[in-house]
Design a protein around this ligand. Structure first.
Ligand SMILES: Nc1ncnc2c1ncn2[C@@H]1O[C@H](COP(=O)(O)OP(=O)(O)OP(=O)(O)O)[C@@H](O)[C@H]1O
Length: 607
C-alpha cells in the first residue's frame, strides 16, 4: 500500500520508498546513495506536496539533494503531463524557466550545476539547466537564457542583472531555492534579493536551505516563504548523520605554526587529503613556498585566482589529483548569533582588494569592511568562497593554520571534512594573546584575537555536545626540526611572497584561458594542467626535501608524544582514497580507525 506523503509518522528509509520519478531513482542508484539522509527523509515528502521548505541541517548532510530531487521530480512530471509512469518521454523540454536556484558563490553554482547533471543523467533533454554565475561573456549567457532552460543556477547579482535586462524571465517560475540562505545576505546580495522578490510570480514554492538559522534567514523567510515546513534536527539526530568531526586545537606561536606544519606534512602524520585555511592571500603563498622547500606540493585557492582555475582546482582535488589545498577564507563571516554586537565588521579578505571580472555591479558585503592604509591594487572576486557549501570530497583533515575570526566560520570550515558519512578531523592552531599582537594577520581587526575566538568555538561546540580538545604535541621533540624550518622560513621573504603571487596569477590567467576554451569540450585534456607546480621563486636546497634518519630516530619519534590530554584519541581517517598527484602515494591504503597524528615516525620506510 502506498503511504500518503503527509503521514507524519512515516519516514522513508530507502530512496525507492519515495515516490520519485524512476529516472531520478536510477540516477541515485548509480551514485550509490543507499538511504536518504535525515534532512532528505524529512524534507522530500512535504516538498513533493508543494510545501515551502525551511531547512537547517549540518554541513555535508545532503541538503542539495533534499531540494533538488523534489524539484526535478516535479519538473519531470509536469513535462510528462503529470504521469510519472510516463517515464519514457525523452523529448525536448517545453515551456519557460521553472526553477531558480540562488547560491552565494560561483564555486557553489558550479557544484550545483554538476549535481543536477548527475541527477538528470537519465532524463534526456527534459530538464535543462544553465549556470549563469559562470565566467562566460554576457552574450553567451544571454543566448543560454534565451533557450529557456528549466533550471537557472545563479548568484543573486547575476540573476538580478539578467532580470533587469529582461534576458531572464521569471514569469513561468514555480520553484525558488535559496541555498546557504544564511550566507546570501552577508555576501552583500540584499538589494538583489529585494529586486528578485518583487519580480517573482505569486504562489511559487520556496526552499530556504541553511547550515545555521540566523536573523538573515528569518528575514528571507518573511520575504519569500508562506508557512513553510520547517526542518531543524536535534543534536542527536544530526550526529546520526555520518561521523562528527574530531576536533583538536594546539596552542602555538607564529613560527611554531610553520614548524608544526612542516613536521605534520613531511612526516605524513596526516594521511589523506587536507585543506589548510589561512587568513589572507599572502599567507597562501607564504605557506606554499615554505612547503615547496621541503618538496611538499600544494595548490592555493583564493579570490584572486581566475574563477576557471578555482573550479578546476576543486574538481581535480575531488578526483584526488592533489593532496593539499591552501585556501583563504575571504568573505568570512564574523559575528556569532549571540555576539553580534561584539563583532560588527566583516573581514573582507585582502586589504585594498578591488572587485574582479564579472562582478562590476555586484554589491559589497553589507557590513563595514576594514580599510587598510597600505592599499594594494589586487583584484578579488566578491563571489569567491570555499569554506561554505563546497563539497570537497574525502578530506581527512581541515587544518586551521590561522584560526577564523568567528565560531560560525569555524563551523563551516570544519564542515569541509566528515561529509556524506565519512569521518574527518579538524586541527586548529591558535596563538595565545601575549604572542598574538605582532603576528596578527592584517585582515583581522584588532578587536579580534585567537583566544577570544577559541573561547567562542569551545562554547559553540559544547552547546552541540561535541568534543573540542587540546592536542599536546611534545614540543621538545619538534625542536630537532626547528633549524630546517628556520632556514626555510627565512627564504620566504616578503618579496618572494609577492613574486610568487604575481607569478602564480600570471600562470593561472594563462591556464584559465585554456580552461575556458576546453572546459566543456574535453575536460580530460586538461589533466596535465596542474595547479601545484613549484613556483620556484625561492632557491630550493635539495637536502631540505629529505628528512634525515637521525630526526626519525626511534626514541624521538615515539617520544613526540602525540597524545592529547585526557587520553588517546579515537581517530578514524576519513579519506579512503589517496592522492594520485604523487606517484609514491599511489595505491596506499589508509587505516580506517587509525589516528593519523599518532603515526609519527612512520615517515620512515616500514620493514
Ligand atoms: N543520501 C545520500 N547518501 C550518500 N551520499 C549522499 C547522500 N546525499 C548526498 N550525498 C553526498 O553527500 C555530500 C554532501 O552533500 P551536500 O553537498 O548536499 O551537503 P550540504 O548539506 O549541502 O553541505 P553544506 O552545508 O556544506 O553545503 C555530497 O558529496 C553528496 O553527493
Amino acid at each position: 500500500m502506498k503511504r500518503k506523503l503527509s503521514d507524519t509518522d512515516w519516514s522513508p528509509t530507502t530512496f525507492t520508498s519515495l515516490p520519485l520519478d524512476p529516472r531520478i531513482l536510477q540516477a541515485i542508484a548509480t551514485l550509490n546513495y543507499s538511504t536518504p539522509t535525515p534532512v532528505q527523509q524529512s524534507v522530500i515528502p512535504p516538498a513533493l506536496e508543494g510545501k515551502d521548505i525551511l531547512a537547517r541541517a549540518k554541513t555535508g548532510s545532503g541538503k542539495t539533494a533534499a531540494y533538488l530531487l523534489p524539484i526535478l521530480h516535479r519538473i519531470l512530471t509536469s513535462q510528462d503531463g503529470g504521469n510519472i509512469n510516463n517515464g519514457g518521454n525523452d523529448g525536448e523540454a517545453v515551456g519557460g524557466t521553472e526553477a531558480l536556484i540562488l547560491v552565494p558563490t560561483r564555486e557553489l553554482a558550479d557544484q550545483v550545476y554538476k549535481v543536477i547533471e548527475q541527477y538528470t543523467a537519465f532524463c534526456g533533454k527534459l530538464v535543462t539547466a544553465v549556470n549563469i554565475a559562470r565566467n562566460i561573456s554576457d552574450s553567451i549567457q544571454q543566448s543560454l537564457l534565451l533557450s529557456h532552460p528549466k533550471i537557472v543556477i545563479s548568484t543573486p547579482s547575476r540573476a538580478a542583472i539578467h532580470f533587469n535586462t529582461e534576458t531572464l524571465s521569471l514569469s513561468s517560475l514555480k520553484y525558488l531555492v535559496i541555498d546557504e540562505a544564511d550566507l546570501i545576505l552577508s555576501y552583500g546580495h540584499e538589494n538583489d534579493m529585494q529586486v528578485l522578490s518583487g519580480a517573482l510570480p505569486k504562489g511559487i514554492q520556496t526552499f530556504l536551505m541553511s547550515a545555521t538559522l540566523t536573523d538573515d534567514v528569518e528575514g528571507l523567510q518573511k520575504l519569500f516563504c508562506r508557512h513553510p515546513f520547517v526542518y531543524k534536527p536535534d543534536a542527536k539526530e544530526e550526529d546520526g548523520v555520518g561521523e562528527v568531526v574530531k576536533q583538536f586545537y594546539i596552542s602555538t606561536g607564529e613560527d611554531t605554526k610553520f614548524l608544526l606544519l612542516y613536521v605534520i606534512f613531511k612526516l605524513k602524520l596526516i594521511k589523506g587529503k587536507s585543506i589548510i585555511f589561512v587568513a589572507d592571500v599572502d599567507r597562501c603563498y607564504r605557506l606554499r613556498l615554505f612547503l615547496e622547500q621541503f618538496g611538499i606540493r600544494a595548490c592555493v585557492l583564493n579570490s584572486e585566482l581566475p574563477v576557471n582555475s578555482r573550479l578546476h582546482i576543486v574538481q581535480e582535488f575531488n578526483k584526488n589529483v592533489y593532496e593539499i589545498i591552501i585556501a583563504t577564507d575571504e568573505n568570512e563571516i564574523m559575528g556569532d548569533e549571540d555576539e553580534e554586537e561584539e563583532e560588527e565588521e566583516v573581514v573582507g579578505g585582502e586589504d585594498g582588494d578591488t572587485v574582479m571580472e564579472g562582478t562590476e555591479t555586484e554589491s559589497q558585503p553589507k557590513k563595514k569592511k576594514k580599510k587598510s592604509k597600505k592599499s594594494k591594487p589586487r583584484k578579488r572576486d566578491t563571489e569567491y568562497g570555499v569554506s561554505r557549501g563546497v563539497d570537497f570530497q574525502n578530506v581527512t583533515c581541515v587544518l586551521n593554520f590561522d584560526l577564523p575570526t568567528s565560531s560560525k566560520s569555524y563551523m563551516h570550515r570544519i564542515g569541509r571534512t566528515a561529509r556524506a558519512g565519512n569521518s574527518g578531523m579538524a586541527l586548529s592552531f591558535y596563538v595565545p594573546k601575549p604572542l598574538y599582537g605582532k603576528h596578527r594577520p592584517t585582515s583581522v581587526p584588532s578587536s579580534v584575537h585567537d583566544e577570544k575566538v577559541l573561547e567562542r568555538i569551545k562554547k559553540q561546540q559544547k552547546k552541540l555536545d561535541h568534543e573540542f580538545k587540546p592536542y599536546n604535541f611534545d614540543m621538545k621533540q619538534l625542536e630537532a626540526f626547528r633549524y630546517r624550518m628556520d632556514d626555510a622560513l627565512r627564504a620566504v621573504t616578503k618579496v618572494a611572497v609577492q613574486n610568487a603571487r604575481m607569478k602564480e596569477l600570471r600562470a593561472e590567467l594563462v591556464a584559465s584561458e585554456k580552461l575556458k576554451r576546453h572546459f566543456e569540450e574535453n575536460p580530460e585534456d586538461l589533466r596535465h594542467l596542474r595547479h601545484d607546480r613549484e613556483i620556484k621563486v625561492v632557491r630550493v636546497q635539495q637536502h631540505m626535501k629529505r628528512v634525515p634518519e637521525y630526526l626519525l630516530g626511534k626514541g624521538k619519534a615515539a617520544g613526540m608524544g602525540l597524545q592529547q590530554s585526557g587520553g588517546s584519541i579515537p581517530f578514524k581517517v576519513g579519506s579512503r582514497k589517496t592522492a594520485r598527484g604523487k606517484g609514491k602515494q599511489k595505491g596506499k591504503k589508509v587505516g580506517k580507525r587509525k589516528d593519523p597524528l599518532k603515526s609519527f615516525g612512520k615517515g620512515k620506510k616500514k620493514k
